[in-house]
Design a protein around this ligand. Structure first.
Ligand code: AHG
Ligand code: MN
Ligand code: MN
Ligand code: MN
Length: 334
């Protein structure tokens, strides 16, 4: 009915945050405003991606190399700046820590009152951007602890339980925003005609097990033998399917929706794996746990891991509980 359609179109993100918190106090209002800003960043990035092939300055490389040692894409930089601009005007965020910046960006005018820090991967899976395949943005919000006068943001080097909100935006056939503030994982879809993210799935519960395994088998001989044994086991089981897009957000969204497991194990070259703890693995682990799944580095719960520096990498095993525990059993046998 019309009424049902209108009701659905009114379940916007900012309202949903307040509804979950059952409160309108300052902290709730802050979180609602912060999520609104994330949504704005997502809309700005989605808009530019939709014109990638038609306008200058979207595709291709900048020629720079970032702190990760990666060739920076023009969209990496644009997306990084979108989040800075969006939060500059929010008054709530003092520091932004990003994959694309060696040290956090401070917004001085916000710092006396800025109580929050944004940790983000502005464009995840940027190798997909020039071939029009799915990319994403990943974010986590933490409370600033102390006044960080020495500017080294030491309070960020705490485990993933310090996240007060986390999620991702998936720029796919539709633009989706998946987030949690610790009260379940919820999926919103951007209605471009409204310019609003509308609630599509509330309190998503992922399947307890699934038949999808997602890993870059090109690294097969670079892994530990235990991971090779797990994959050999999976190859022998009927019914498993391999799905890997090269973009964490897209691969994780598939696992959240259909069950299964995603792995980025350590390799000989990168024993700690490739994925960065503070703004890739921890936010995603937060969401997956809120949806009933599990995340670890193979031996320890992912959210318990304390980073020793901003861009620390960890191996990641994440997805349906039963699938993750099967991988862990191979690692523990080693
Ligand atoms: P980013 O584009 O933000 O640097 O992240 C890329 C990551 C992640 O999205 C994906 O899961 C992984 O790189 C793929 O790495 P491989 O190409 O080594 O499989
Ligand atoms: Mn990158
Ligand atoms: Mn990434
Ligand atoms: Mn990135």
């Amino acid at each position: 009915t019309h009424e049902q359609t209108l009701d659905r179109d009114c379940r916007t993100l900012s309202r949903h945050v307040l509804q979950q918190l059952q409160s309108f106090d300052a902290a709730a209002q802050d979180l609602s405003a912060l999520m609104n800003r994330i949504a704005l960043a997502g809309k700005l990035i989605a808009r530019r991606l939709s014109r990638a092939g038609l306008m200058e300055g979207v595709l291709g490389f900048t020629g720079a190399v970032n702190v990760q040692g990666e060739d920076v894409k023009k969209m990496d930089l644009y997306a990084n700046e979108v989040f800075i601009s969006v939060f500059k005007q929010s008054g709530l965020v003092c520091r932004l820590a990003s994959e694309e910046m060696a040290t956090p960006y401070y917004i001085p005018e916000n710092c006396p009152i800025g109580r929050y820090t944004l940790l983000y991967d502005p464009l995840d899976g940027s190798s997909n951007v020039d071939i029009n395949l799915n990319v994403g943005s990943i974010f986590a919000i933490r409370q600033q602890e102390g006044n960080d006068l020495d500017g080294n943001a030491a309070d960020l080097l705490q485990n993933g339980h310090k996240q007060i909100a986390a999620g991702y935006i998936l720029y796919g056939p539709s633009t989706m925003l998946v987030y949690s503030i610790g009260k379940g994982t919820h999926v919103f879809v951007l209605d471009p005609s409204l310019g609003e993210f509308i609630l599509a799935i509330e309190n998503l519960q992922m399947p307890a097990s699934g038949s999808i395994y997602s890993v870059n088998e090109g690294n097969f001989w670079a892994w530990d033998e235990s991971i090779r044994n797990y994959v050999r086991h999976v190859h022998r089981q009927p019914g498993y399917s391999a799905r890997y897009s090269g973009a964490l957000v897209g691969d994780i969204h598939r696992i959240l929706m259909q069950g299964g497991v995603f792995l980025y194990p350590g390799t000989q070259k990168n024993p700690e794996g490739k994925l960065r703890l503070l703004y890739e693995s921890a936010p995603i682990a937060f969401l997956v746990e809120q949806a009933g799944g599990k995340a670890s580095n193979g031996t320890q719960p992912l959210l318990d891991i304390v980073p020793n520096h901003l861009h620390m990498r960890t191996p990641l095993i994440i997805g349906s509980q039963q699938n993750v525990e099967l991988v862990e059993s191979f690692i523990q046998q080693a």
